[in-house]
Design a protein. Structure first.
Ligand code: DOR
Ligand code: ZN
Length: 337
């Protein structure tokens, strides 16, 4: 039997939703992760300290787990300024910027990326040491959207050199190249973008449970992402972008975007890293890099994974997970905190 013990695993991009859905999914992340960066795209989005504190309490209540830290984010608004953000700096781990209308519940996001319009908010974040997370896609042709956004990432990285900018859920080799050019650019990578390409989504019968934004790209993009993750690239962190939608919203005309991976992420990552002979680098991808980049100190937790298969349930509540009904080669043996 092969095993690995992961210390303080972190999911640096997670959608937990609210209400019943929050109660279904939060315990699944809290069981095996030590902390997660919680996305603010609720309806309405999280845009002030009161909403953020109340949401954090609802998450902790639903998680039912003491050693799990929800790292909270605000939904970026160009109106944010130093006076608004300064009192919140301790509670806000990052601010998430969505281009308006680009994905689920992003209607109140940013239209147009004029540096001068964004300057007061981004300078305040820079001064306060609050990282900016970005969903980097333009409104262009779907396969080109992330690549077309790269110049915007670069313009922001140069204009605000002290601001840490996280390119969220990157899917395109061009994003990795940009990462190398700017010291203040970082990135998260999902599990599904390490595993699938557009072929898996739409090359045969359409697979709604693999449909997400950004859409999975070409084999050479996946190879580049895989290389960065497996080699423990210090600027790359795991962020699942686990995005639960009820089955009826996925298996429908007008399929909602999002892949639900939270409960299977650690076994699937262990299997992937083991298959490539890189298990020793998983700790960096799953925790150490994020701790360094975000300067966070998550609650102590040890997760022991073994190469004993896990049978993935068909559903968790109303949500169909990645690999539903199939087996993954690895499983969680025990969790200590
Ligand atoms: O596939 C996605 N689902 N991409 C996003 O950016 C948002 C997410 C969601 O909230 O459902
Ligand atoms: Zn997301």
């Amino acid at each position: 039997m092969t095993e690995i013990i992961l210390h303080e695993p972190l999911d640096m991009h997670l959608h937990l939703r609210d209400g019943d859905m929050l109660h279904t999914v939060a315990p699944l992340s809290a069981r095996s992760f030590s902390g997660a960066l919680i996305m603010p795209n609720l309806v309405p989005p999280i845009t002030d300290g009161e909403m953020l504190r109340a949401y954090r309490r609802r998450i902790l209540d639903a998680a039912g787990e003491e050693c799990f830290e929800p790292y909270m984010t605000l939904f970026f608004k160009p109106e944010y300024d130093f006076d608004f953000l300064a009192p919140l700096a301790e509670e806000v781990t990052a601010i998430k910027l969505y281009p308006a209308g680009i994905t689920t519940n992003s209607e109140g996001g940013v239209s147009g990326f004029d540096v001068e319009t964004l300057r007061p908010a981004l300078e305040a974040m820079s001064e306060l040491g609050i990282p900016l997370c970005i969903h980097g896609e333009t409104g262009g042709f779907v396969l080109d959207r992330e690549r077309e956004f790269v110049p915007i990432y670069e313009e922001l990285a140069v204009a605000f050199p002290e601001l840490s900018i996280v390119m969220e859920h990157i899917t395109d080799a061009a994003s990795l190249e940009a990462l190398e050019r700017h010291p203040n650019l970082y990135a998260t990578i999902t599990l599904h973008h390490l595993l699938i390409t557009l072929d898996d989504v739409a090359g045969g019968m359409l697979q709604p449970h693999l449909f997400c934004k950004p859409i999975a790209k070409r084999p050479e993009d996946r190879e580049a992402l895989l290389h960065a993750a497996l080699s423990a690239h210090p600027k790359v962190m795991f962020g699942s972008d686990s995005a639960p939608h009820p089955r009826h919203a996925k298996e429908a005309p007008g399929c909602a975007a999002g892949v639900f991976t939270a409960p299977i992420a650690l076994p699937a990552l262990a299997e992937l890293f083991a298959r490539h002979g890189k298990l020793e680098n998983l700790q960096h991808f799953i925790s150490l890099n994020a701790r360094e980049i975000y300067q966070i100190d998550p609650p102590a937790k040890k997760v022991r994974l073994v190469d004993t298969p896990m049978q993935v349930p068909e559903k968790y509540g109303e949500v169909v997970p990645l690999f539903a009904g199939r087996k993954i080669g690895w499983s969680i043996a025990d969790v200590e905190c």
